[in-house]
Design a protein around this ligand. Structure first.
Ligand code: KE4
Length: 431
């Protein structure tokens, strides 16, 4: 496969962009080689600047649930573009977006738009601290909530991929206020509540993880956290930046039947443009400026272009009576095929799937249910698999600690081609 133009482009990019990328996970650092520079994408396919086409399971890290360049989203952007791109004043699109989010996620009575998932989680934590008048927050090892200082403690995603789960540059005071617990270990949470009585403002978690690979919470764990927060006067924050409108129309909170106090969102609600949001009970959200004293702001928050792309995407998901069944059928077909391959090739591995999010863990273990299980993975073997997949025209996340995403645009032919490429790669790795 010729990737010479990408190689040259990368050599140019590194001159003035740190690591040649504007987000570390794009760098292929943990899998070796140079990142591919993408020229275009449509449906389930992306094309690099060497004209190589791939079936895409990154989907811009989650937003492209409809597939790339969906005509309705593109048309919405074109229409809005002709009226101007940004005003710094309220628009009807923002009210429409807020109403739709509150309809699709009933735990949310009021919602504030921001420009990224990081902004959403940072703001939600500040609001939780302002509301409870407490300082401490509990997060889980391996979970990633964006690059806000409070969250770069034992973080997942790129921080885990590059072995810097505790980033330099975080002050001792900030680190002191972030407590970490173990995902799917309720005792590790209740111990902290007992030790730091009446000091914990919030517990934040990925209700289904994607940033240490896909892990579903046990019923005991997720229900126990909800009860512990209620019993201790702490807020439960569901970080649904990845799972929101992905694993179900109403997100992981609908799938799991848990009502959080605050929810953070991103990715899908931007339809490919920069959008984040956080919302919850009106009683809490009304503490935000200009109503209340907790300050948060943003020049481009609720930007008309971003709202148009996000609204077009959410409206399709909300109005369709079949799209989540279609996503489930496509994702089950794919993962059943991958699991069949593991058995037929006699290759050790675990696949976790929740809805249209999945991860193939290269581990000798039989199950992957927590961070310790994830750390048993062979990342060198993953890197070899990643390269073989790429050569077969399958574009997956360049890290073991991420999720793959199936979109509504993936056809049965795409999925079967992916299953066949996976089998070939496993056979080559086994030889
Ligand atoms: P952004 O600031 O990247 O929009 O969102 C941060 C974030 C917050 N919460 C969750 C659960 C997330 O998954 C993310 C971002 N996810 C990563 C992929 N694992 C984004 C990819 C990247 O960092 O480039």
């Amino acid at each position: 496969m010729n990737t010479n133009n990408s190689k040259q482009a990368f050599q140019e990019a590194v001159k003035h962009i740190p690591g040649g990328v504007n987000s570390p996970v794009r760098a292929f650092k943990s899998v070796g080689g140079n990142p591919l520079f993408i020229q275009s994408a449509t449906g389930a396919k992306i094309t690099d600047i060497d004209q190589n086409e791939y079936i895409d399971y990154v989907g811009s890290w989650g937003p492209m649930i409809l597939g790339h360049s969906h005509p309705t989203v593109t048309q919405a952007l074109q229409n809005t573009l002709l009226s101007g791109t940004s005003f710094g004043a309220p628009t009807l699109l923002e009210t429409e977006m807020a109403n739709l989010i509150c309809e699709m996620m009933p735990s949310i009575e009021s919602v504030r738009m921001v420009n990224s998932g990081t902004e959403a989680t940072m703001s939600a934590l500040r609001l939780a601290r302002g509301y409870t008048k407490r300082d401490l927050v509990i997060k889980f090892e391996g979970c990633y909530h964006g690059h806000g200082d409070s969250f770069l403690i034992k973080a997942g995603s790129g921080a885990l991929t590059f072995g810097t789960p505790n980033s330099p540059g975080i002050t001792k005071g900030t680190a002191h206020d972030t407590l970490t617990a173990e995902y799917n270990n309720l005792q590790s949470v209740t111990n902290l509540f007992d030790k730091y009585k009446d000091q914990i403002a919030a517990v934040i978690l990925e209700p289904v993880t994607g940033n240490m690979g896909v892990i579903k919470p046990t019923d005991e764990f997720i229900n126990g956290i909800r009860k512990a927060c209620t019993d201790n006067g702490a807020l439960l924050i569901f970080d649904e930046v990845m799972t929101g409108f992905r694993v179900a129309k109403g997100g992981a909170q609908q799938l799991l039947g848990i009502t959080p106090d605050l929810t953070t969102m991103g990715k899908i609600i931007g339809g490919g443009l920069p959008v984040g949001a956080y919302g919850g009970k009106k009683e809490i959200m009304d503490l935000l400026a200009p109503n209340g004293p907790v300050y948060q702001a943003g020049t481009l928050s609720g930007n008309p272009m971003a709202m148009s792309a996000g609204l077009a995407t959410l409206q399709i998901l909300n109005e369709s009576s079949t799209c989540y069944d279609e996503l489930e059928q496509k994702s089950a077909f794919l993962v059943d095929g991958l699991e069949r391959n593991l058995k037929e090739v006699g290759f050790p591995g675990v696949i976790n799937r929740v809805g249209s999010m999945f991860t193939l863990f290269f581990t000798q273990q039989k199950t992957v249910n927590n961070f310790i299980d994830v750390m048993s993975c062979d990342t060198d073997l993953f890197a070899e698999y990643f390269k073989l997949s790429l050569e077969s025209g399958i574009y997956t996340a360049p890290s073991q600690f991420e999720a793959g995403f199936v979109s509504l645009a993936h056809t049965q032919e795409d999925l079967q081609q992916t299953i066949d490429a996976n089998k070939s790669a496993l056979q080559q790795l086994n030889s």
